[in-house]
Structure formats: C-alpha cells, structure tokens
Design a protein. Structure first.
Length: 408
C-alpha cells in the first residue's frame, strides 16, 4: 500500500491532489491513500472562517468548500487530524470522527480507523499545559480565548488512546512528540531553524502527551507537522525492541518538503476506510465521563474490562457493517458567485453522522449540552472581548506557526 503523507494542508487541497496526480504519472505508480497531519482547514463557508484562528489577512476560503459542495471529488481517500488552524466549529460536529466531505475523513479529537488491514490512529490539536486537564468547555461562537483553547489537546482524549492494546501501523499528531529530536539529526534541524535550539537544549520542543503515546503505542510510523519543516527520526523502544519511524513534513508551498510517499506492507486492495473495533469499544467505555465543562474527567468511573465491550461491538458491527455512516451536508456551502449571501443560516446543530454513530454504540448525544456560563471558560471575565483580536503577548508561542505572523 502506498500512502502519501502531507504536512500542514492549510486548505490547499487542489494543489496537493494535483501534485499527487503528477507523481503518479511521472513515476508510473498508484497512490492508495492521502493522510494529512493537521491544519487541514475544512472551511465550508464564510461563517466557518470566524472559527479559524489565523490573522485576518490569512483568512480565506481556499479550496475545501469545493469538495464539501460536491463541485470537486477527492481523487484519493483522505484521512486527516486537526491542528491549531482549523474550522473548529465544524470539527466539533464530528468530535468522534466522520466524513468532512465525500472521500475525506476526519479522525476526530482522537481516533483509530482501518484502511484495508492497516490501522491508523491520530490525536488532533496541540499541547498546552494550561488546558490539558480541562474538559471540552468551548462552544461556538468562540471568543478570542476559546478560539485558541478549543484545539488544545485534552487529557481525556489521550487517556482513551492510551487504552489501545492492538498494534498500530500509523499514528498522526500535529505537534511533535517531546524530545523526538533526540532520535534524529537535530543539529541539521537547528542549522535550518536556529530558533529551535533553546527549546531543544532545554527539552521543551514538542508535546509531552504525544511522547507518552509514542512510548505506549509504539506504532511503526508516526507522522507530524506544525513546525513547517521536514525532520526524520527513528525511535527504538528498548534494547532489541520495535522501531518507530518518525517523519515531520512542511506546509504546502512550492519548493518545500510537504509530501512524502510511504509504502507499507498490507493485504491486497481494494481498500476502504472502516471503523476499528477496539476503538469503538474504548469510545463506548469512556463516553459516560466525557467532560464538557472546565472540570476534567473523573477516570475512576471507567470500567476498563475490555473483552465484554469488544464482543458487544463486534456483534453490532456484524449486524451493520464496518463502513462509517455516509457524509451529510450540515451547512450551506460557499458560493463565489453570491458575494452577499449570508451562509450562516440553516446550520444544523447536530451532525447526522455523529447521531448515527452514537446510536450504533447506544450512547447519548452530549455535544450540544450547554453548561452554565460560569463553567464555560477558565478565563477571567475581564479578558472577554467582542470579536477576534490578535495580540502577540496573549498568544502562547506553541500557538504560533512561523508562516502565520501575528498582528496586534
């Protein structure tokens, strides 16, 4: 199986797909899957742009809307995770994962799927210690604080991933695992990105939860993005233990290392994206403690006896099949011919894919619960301002990509 790996997409789907088609022709090969390591920017309309945390001059429709509307169809099955520049309101609809557009699958805040017999897992967002132990308290429309915290990784989603026991072939994270630079040519990296030196020397570059997942899951491949550069490493897990090949890639810009083709041993195709039994069982076990206020999850309430839950999931999938529920449009799509069209109307509050998924697992729909205002944010009320502002002193350095300069 040939998998194309993309770093940060930044909404530039057309160029990435075009590049892959050219590669297929020039190398006389066939690419089976595209995976993207975040900053995908699944922006459907101008309303979605308001939940995209980028400076105003970078806020543009790009090309995802064409695939959402059906004007274009993704030529390759595509799997992506979220980063720190996303249409967060849309991704919240698909918290458990689902089709963001036909043939384009979002893994969710955390998730695992199968593509053929290859298991692919991922964690969306970036790490920020201040919000890690909080619940998912953010709700659209976001203010200038929650528009950033909404994509910060939460302990709840990491704990779910830590329950995985069956081997993973591929894992995706947007930011790099902490200290991954110890396993590659970090001196060459510093020559290219000199401002990383201090963080590397002080062992602060990267995500601590991602490093914990790397140690626990030991996937064959781990792909990341975020820092807009290419970096490779190989991690050996203990003496004589399994290897993880790590690769980070750049954003989609001509002349940059934003794509890599990886060949993974697999069964013969054709391949399709399917639910993963173990991940569905973990989701079912953990959903009762899904934290939806600033208060974190109480993990003492989780029954970790997996086998009975796995058997239950298998019986459900035997009845229904393993294919994800079909894509459904939940918001009007951008129409460039109607510049004054108000596309904020007719947005469905619940995504039918998520509803059907929860019905499959016999779980309640909780995502639109609306805690009291005092529980919605950990920020002092004086910090709330109307609109979306950008002030570099208020934005943690891990929220800033070098190609998105921040304006006051």
């Amino acid at each position: 199986m040939k998998i194309a790996v993309e770093g940060c997409m930044h909404g530039d789907l057309e160029n990435v797909y075009r590049t892959l088609q050219q590669l297929e022709k020039s190398h006389n090969t066939k690419i089976d899957l595209l995976i993207c390591c975040g900053d995908f920017q699944a922006v459907r309309n101008k309303h979605d742009l308001q939940s995209l945390n980028v400076p105003p001059r970078y806020r543009s429709m790009n090309s995802f809307w064409k695939y959402y509307s059906g004007a274009e169809v993704a030529p390759y099955p595509t799997i992506f995770i979220g980063g720190n520049h996303e249409a967060s309101n849309y991704l919240w609809e698909l918290y458990y994962g689902g089709w963001a557009a036909p043939n384009i699958y979002f893994l969710g805040a955390a998730g695992v799927v199968r593509f053929g017999n290859v298991r692919i897992g991922g964690l969306s967002g970036i790490y920020n210690a201040r919000h890690y132990r909080l619940g998912h308290f953010e709700r659209p429309p976001y203010d200038q604080n929650s528009i950033r915290s909404v994509y910060h990784v939460r302990e709840y989603d990491v704990r779910k991933l830590m329950q995985i026991k069956e081997p993973l072939d591929v894992f995706l994270s947007h930011d790099w695992p902490l200290c991954i630079t110890d396993y590659g040519d970090w001196r060459d990296l510093v020559r290219r990105k000199h401002f990383f030196r201090q963080e590397i020397e002080e062992k602060r570059l990267g995500s601590k939860p991602a490093a914990e997942l790397l140690e626990k899951l030991k996937p064959r491949y781990w792909f990341s993005a975020h820092l807009h550069c290419k970096f490779a490493a190989v991690v050996q897990h203990g003496e004589g233990g399994p290897l993880t090949k790590f690769l980070a890639l750049d954003k989609c810009i001509a002349g940059r290392d934003f794509l890599q083709i990886v060949e993974i041993e697999s069964d013969a195709g054709p391949y399709e994206i399917q639910y993963d039994e173990e991940w569905l069982a973990i989701t079912r076990m953990f959903n009762p403690i899904l934290p939806l206020t600033t208060k974190g999850a109480d993990f003492r309430g989780v029954n970790l006896e997996m086998e009975d839950c796995l058997e239950w999931v298998r019986s459900r999938l035997k009845e229904r099949g393993c294919k994800p529920f079909e894509f459904v449009q939940t918001a009007p799509c951008y129409d460039p011919s109607r510049s004054n069209f108000d596309d904020s109307f007719f947005v469905k509050s619940r995504n039918p894919q998520t509803e059907f998924f929860l019905q499959l697992l016999e779980l309640p729909y909780l995502l639109d619960s609306n805690p009291e205002a005092k529980d919605l944010s950990p920020y002092p009320s004086s910090s709330f301002q109307k609109g979306i502002g950008y002030d570099i002193k208020d934005i943690p350095s891990d929220d800033v990509d070098d190609d998105y300069d921040v304006e006051s």
